[in-house]
Design a binder for this molecule. Structure first.
Ligand code: NI
Length: 131
């Protein structure tokens, strides 16, 4: 792990792949990941962990299937939101976004339960930053 400061704009400029998070640093046993996203991710759930989102650029929507029904939260740039563990969710960003996520190291992007993974989505536990 790199122990120099990392400029997030430079980290984001170092890759183009969509829905393919890069690990920028670790905090105890958590990853701080950044991703570029556009279009739809897929419905999935993380059974054992909450998932934190911060929108760095653009805007993100996250659809949620909650006990009371389905709803979609809108996260403009600068917003934070935590998806509770076990909650099925589907991020989407029709106009594109850059996001930061905070979650335990090893957490798969597609969760523990998920719909079929579309070709444009990278099923990963995050990639090392290459810069
Ligand atoms: Ni998730």
């Amino acid at each position: 792990m790199n122990h120099d400061p990392i400029a997030l704009n430079e980290a984001l400029a170092s890759f183009d792949a969509l829905w393919s998070p890069r690990i920028v640093t670790r905090v105890n046993d958590y990853d701080v990941r950044v991703a570029k996203v556009e279009g739809e991710h897929l419905w999935h759930a993380h059974d054992d962990t909450d998932e934190f989102f911060l929108v760095l650029e653009g805007e993100l929507f996250i659809s949620l299937r909650e006990p009371t029904g389905e709803r979609t939260v809108h996260l403009p740039r600068g917003s934070v939101f935590t998806v509770p563990r076990g909650t099925e969710h589907k991020p989407h960003a029709p106009k594109g976004a850059a996001i930061l996520m905070f979650e335990p190291t090893g957490t798969p992007t597609v969760g523990d339960r998920h719909d079929e993974v579309p070709e444009h989505v990278d099923a990963t536990t995050g990639h090392a930053l290459d810069m």
